[in-house]
Write a protein that binds this ligand. Structure first.
Ligand SMILES: O=C(CO)COP(=O)(O)O
Length: 161
């Protein structure tokens, strides 16, 4: 089997806590929509821990008056930092309004972030409708167990003769 065909053989589980760490990210053309959405759901968002790429985090924090941990700005590596949180099981929900009309210098980073979210089974909202669906789900305020790749098994499988 070639590497491109390899998939995690076993799944492990991980529990997303009731109080979630939520990443908020929007490209410039989508920031107004994200700010409008976040304002609408301010009360719910206030019950969780918020993190975001640099500019988005600052704008959301200023608009909502809530603490939002700001990582690096997206084009400077912020998407990759969010990806690291996902890989380390330290992110529970990704709200990422990426702009389908704007070419991005850091397009590989955007793609990488969305790939890691898919791989690690993180709930992702990419537009207002999906964000509304997710934030109104009972799962937003409950502990939820999800399947994730078994990283230990993956390495053993690739190192055993
Ligand atoms: O570029 C981004 C996501 O790809 C977002 O970055 P900013 O929040 O710094 O604008």
């Amino acid at each position: 089997m070639t590497l491109t065909e390899q998939r995690p053989r076993r799944q492990a589980t991980r529990t997303l806590p009731a109080r979630k760490r939520i990443a908020l990210i929007a490209h410039d053309g989508k920031k107004p929509e994200l700010l409008e959405w976040a304002t609408r759901w301010r009360e719910t968002l206030a019950r969780h821990e918020l993190v975001g790429t640099g500019t988005t985090a600052r704008r959301v924090s200023d608009t909502l008056g809530l603490a939002v941990q700001g990582l690096m700005s997206g084009p400077l590596g912020g998407d990759q930092q969010i990806g690291t949180l996902i890989t380390e099981s330290r992110l529970d929900l990704l709200v990422f309004f990426w702009d389908p009309f704007a070419p991005m210098p850091h397009d590989p980073d955007v793609k990488a972030l969305l790939r890691l979210a898919a791989l690690w089974n993180i709930p992702v909202a990419t537009n207002v409708a999906s964000a509304d669906f997710i934030i109104t789900s009972p799962a937003i305020s409950q502990a939820v167990t999800v399947h994730v790749p078994d990283a230990g098994d993956w390495v053993s499988n690739r190192t055993s003769p």
